[in-house]
Design a protein around this ligand. Structure first.
Ligand code: PEP
Ligand code: MG
Length: 589
């Protein structure tokens, strides 16, 4: 029977496909598809994990002290029985063979299936055995993480035909770790649904960068949807329909075709210069996550990269973080791919909801720090790892020998951070001189993401060549709303008068002293804000390549001479959104 539920629409369009579930686990598990020739190896990894855990449990059982409670021995018996149960490892094997899931994913997928069966049991004793099953699986996952690693990188090259037949696939998960998102980036999914998350959680951002319809904060989705269910993801309205009726399906297929036609129409604008009706040139830049995204940026008509989120090079690597050489090659590749256009590389912004693997979200949330969004992230993290920071700065500087490079520092809040950054940059340059490496002049920019930076911008501007407003974080920190927490996502409001006022102030102050200013948060790629930002004096927008054409379309229709006078009213309004809708729509030709 068809069911329908709602979440937050975070990436436009309609996706229709079969559900693939990614279960959340207490152990940090990588999810990726393996190539056909790896199937036997992955099954071996499952077998080895099973045997290791059976031996561990056998040893524990044997070494139990004489006076140990009888329940303990009985419990170990249950665990041993579960380890050998065919419905666990045997069935997990089928996920590897039929779907080409990696061993960890297969095991946690099977845990999910069995856990649901346990939940439905009438008998209390049996129902409670679910916890034992979870512990056994956890042991096996840990055993796998100690054993030979799987070939995660292969996932990037797979196509649906390699593993799951011809049907399009929709990924359903409680949450998708940023590292998993990157693994799936060039993968096979046509839609994403998560139980948690908000408009600017990283699942949402990466989904938009992939131009794939997504709904987040759908609460019960991963519990209600079963593997292989047919699903419609309506990324415009935030609706998810499981097992749709033929009529509903036909309606959505029609909408899918319409939005493809609209995309094709907008795509034709990609080489049209981005100039308003009154002749104002507006720079449209791309946000990218890895060097291979640069090609898509050019193809979409971007005139440069306004934000290269370098932290994605650091994720899903365990302890093996990229060194100077590897980083240099990645930055150089992006620079070369942009063929002389500027590339703005942001120094690593890890922490909060983009943890390194060696600090899992759980660790960050519960063990090390209570509130990761306010903790050691972005420039704070870089300054706490000075060696790694200089290594990254050297790599970026070396890439500047191959094209136009700009460095962007995330989450600046204190002048002391600025001074330490300048010192680190100076030292990195000296080290390159000593080593005989070439580099060119690079502009240095600060992200304005913390209200403190916005409010004392004058002091910061002295030290920087340009600023870029990270509206995602600026909203989060101005309104005290964790951007990844769906429980407060209704309060995440880009139209809040305080937010709008801060953004206007930053743009005006930077323009007044002739320093470059752009917006690289999600507001830049949202057509609802284009006129507002133009009216504020913004002439540089950075966004996912997929959003460039629709923003350009609005710019081509805008007349800044008519927009500017309405700004005062919007800034003074109790409800800036309402006022902007009234004021700016009336300026359209
Ligand atoms: C922002 O905060 O607006 C931004 C662009 O940075 P990120 O989304 O990567 O935190
Ligand atoms: Mg940010």
């Amino acid at each position: 029977m068809s069911i329908q539920f709602f979440g937050m629409p975070v990436s436009r369009g309609v996706a229709i496909g079969r559900a693939v579930l990614v279960a959340s686990s207490r152990v940090d598990v990588a999810h990726y598809f393996i190539a056909a020739e790896r199937v036997d190896d992955e099954i071996d990894r499952l077998r080895q994990a099973r045997d290791t855990v059976a031996t561990e449990l056998g040893t524990l059982q044997r070494d139990l002290p004489e006076d140990a409670p009888a329940e303990l021995s009985a419990l170990l018996d249950v665990h041993l029985m579960l380890v050998h149960d065919e419905t666990l490892t045997g069935a997990a094997k089928s996920w590897v063979i039929d779907r080409h899931y990696n061993a960890e994913w297969a095991l946690s997928a099977q845990l999910e299936v069995l856990a649901r069966q346990f939940d439905e049991m009438e008998d209390d004793y049996l129902r409670e055995r679910k916890a034992d099953l979870e512990q056994v699986v956890e042991r096996m996952l840990r055993a796998m993480s100690r054993g030979p690693a799987g070939p995660a990188e292969q996932s990037a090259t797979l196509s649906p035909r390699d593993f799951a037949g011809e049907d399009p696939l929709v990924l359903v998960a409680n949450d998708i770790a940023p590292a998993d998102m990157m693994r799936f980036k060039h993968s096979v999914f046509t839609g994403f649904i998560t139980d948690v998350g908000g408009r600017t959680s990283h699942t949402a951002i990466v989904a938009r960068s992939m131009d794939i319809p997504a709904v987040v904060g759908a609460r019960e989705a991963s519990r209600l949807v079963r593997p292989d269910d047919w699903i419609v993801v309506d990324g415009d309205a935030g609706i998810v329909i499981v097992d749709p009726s033929p009529i509903v399906l036909e309606e959505y297929r029609f909408r899918q075709r319409q939005s493809e036609l609209e995309r094709a129409r907008l795509h034709r604008l990609r080489h049209t210069p981005s100039v308003t009706l009154d002749g104002q040139h507006v720079e449209l830049l791309a946000n990218i996550e890895q060097p291979s995204d640069a090609a898509g940026a050019l193809e979409a008509g971007a005139v440069g990269v306004g934000l290269f989120r370098s932290e994605f090079l650091f994720m899903s690597r365990g302890d093996d973080l990229p060194g100077e050489e590897e980083q240099f090659e990645a930055y150089r590749d992006a620079v070369l791919a942009m063929r002389g256009l500027p590339v703005t590389i942001r120094t690593v912004d890890v922490g909060a909801d983009k943890p390194l693997e060696r600090m899992t979200v759980q660790e960050l949330r519960h063990e090390h720090v209570l509130n990761p969004a306010l903790g050691l992230r972005a420039i704070r993290w870089s300054l706490s790892e000075p060696g790694m920071f200089r290594q990254q700065l050297r790599a970026i500087l070396r890439a500047s020998a191959y094209g136009r490079v700009r460095i962007l520092i995330p989450m600046v809040a204190h002048l002391s951070e600025v001074k330490l950054t300048l010192e680190a940059l100076e030292r990195a340059r000296r080290q390159l001189d000593e080593a005989g490496h070439a580099y060119s002049q690079v502009d240095l920019g600060a992200m304005v993401e913390v209200p403190a930076a916005a409010l004392s911008l004058g002091q910061f501007l002295r030290y920087f060549d340009f600023v870029s407003i990270g509206t995602n974080d600026l909203i989060q920190y101005t309104l005290a709303i964790d951007r990844a927490d769906d429980a407060v996502s209704h309060l995440y409001d880009p139209w809040h008068p305080a937010v709008v006022g801060l953004i206007a102030g930053v743009i005006q102050r930077a323009n007044a002293v002739g320093k470059g200013v752009s917006v690289c948060g999600e507001m830049a790629g949202d057509p609802a804000f284009t006129e507002l930002l133009l009216a504020m004096g913004l002439r540089s927008f950075s966004m996912h390549p997929a959003q460039i054409s629709s923003i350009k379309q609005r710019i081509l229709r805008a007349d800044t001479r008519r927009l500017a006078p309405a700004l005062e009213r919007v800034l003074a309004a109790e409800n800036p959104q309402l006022e902007a809708t009234r004021a700016f729509t009336s300026t359209l030709p």
